[in-house]
Design a protein around this ligand. Sequence first.
Ligand code: HEC
Length: 148
Amino acid sequence: MGLSDHRKSRFGLGAAVLAGCVGLMSLAGSAQAADKVDFATQIKPLLKESCVKCHSLDNPRKQAAAGLRLDDKAAALKGGKHAGKAIVPGKSEESLAYTLLKGPVTVDGKKIDAMPKNPKRGEAFKPLTDAQITLIKNWIDQGANWSE
Ligand code: HEC
């Protein structure tokens, strides 16, 4: 084996190790990062369909349920009765707009009903689909970017 062959094989090994690392990194990356959620096409229609009839001034009572509007960026980020807790950008687990989708949540010793709340008293809570709940979670974790 001449000197040049030796160099070549070391280069070959280095390249293989490097390729392996890049491969592993991209695998780890795809396991962690969810697809980028688009507000206008994925979240806005969902809010409109399931939440806005109560959480806007179109509510028959002319006031948004729990003081929370979900049809307006500034108002939504400001939050409702529990100010600042509806949507906490980057932190889905602290955001009531996500945690309430899985069941009731107790804040300051008071239970808040699961969302979307059933308009008819006594009727069972009908949760969003798992896929919709995951969309909201990822959207909040990605910074709750509200650009229409
Ligand atoms: C039928 C009307 C109705 C619908 C539909 C509805 N909500 Fe609500 N929402 C309420 C009422 C009423 C409350 C107050 C409940 C309580 O305090 O127990 C509330 C409270 C909340 C709160 C807590 C606000 C705070 O600061 O206390 C959040 C967040 C929320 N809703 C998000 C949603 C989301 C997200 C959806 C859609 C997936 C939704 N709601 C659909 C009526 C509704």
